[in-house]
Design a protein around this ligand. Structure first.
Ligand code: GRF
Length: 208
């Protein structure tokens, strides 16, 4: 049984997708051992509580320094004893210490087709604003392992989504969530939980 700890900052629709896919057995061999948010007001915490999942807020605002917060975050993750850490819209940077302790066991969902529209400053709506400003016809989402770079770890899954001429950033964000994020994040977790993902020559390989 793969135990996953999900880190969130906002609405938690990706968390909800994981909860729902476990409930309908699309994801097997997996349990959510806990949810951690850096944001006291994150609706994702409500979603976790509504599903009986242990949830807590570990916010930088509650600690005297960023270093003390980072240590508290690592302690919070360790207390849940996860096999895999899932960043589902988590807007706080993960320290090298956490990445070292969970090397190869942290994944992230990013709302673009990496390596496009990723890296510093590309998060949330900013990604979709940049997509529309560039005029690309296809965007999508990516699930990748987290390494010490920003959105640079091995890519596990991607799914393309059409950009429409009258899209606003909000409409496009919603389409990318519905047609890509909420599909490939659960699928990636299911593949990992069932031993179908490995790293070969620095690239993630998913066996069918
Ligand atoms: C999603 O768009 C995700 O791609 C990005 O942050 C957003 C989180 O949304 N990383 P939610 O909290 O899962 O609804």
């Amino acid at each position: 049984m793969l135990k996953i700890c999900v880190l969130v900052s906002g609405g938690g629709t990706n968390l909800q997708a994981i909860i729902d896919r476990i409930a309908d057995n699309t994801i097997t061999n997996t349990e959510i051992c806990g949810v951690i948010s850096n944001n006291h007001g994150a609706y994702a915490l409500e979603r976790a509580k509504n599903s009986g999942i242990p949830a807590r807020c570990i916010s930088p605002k509650d600690y005297e320094s960023r270093d003390v917060f980072n240590a508290a975050l690592l302690d919070g993750i360790n207390e849940m004893k996860p096999d895999l850490v899932v960043l589902a819209g988590f807007l706080v940077s993960i320290t090298p210490d956490i990445i070292r302790q969970y090397n190869g066991r942290i994944i992230n969902i990013h709302p673009s087709l990496i390596p496009s529209f990723c890296g510093k400053g590309y998060y949330g709506l900013h990604v979709h604003e940049a997509v529309l400003a560039r005029g690309v016809k296809v965007t999508g989402a990516t699930v990748h392992f987290v390494d010490e770079g920003m959105d640079t770890g091995p890519i596990i899954m991607q799914k393309a989504v059409e950009v429409q001429s009258d899209d606003t950033p909000e409409i496009l964000q919603r389409r990318v969530m519905e047609q890509a994020e909420w599909i490939i994040l659960p699928a990636a977790i299911n593949n990992i939980a069932n031993g179908k993902v490995s790293i070969v020559d620095g690239k993630a390989v998913v066996v069918s």
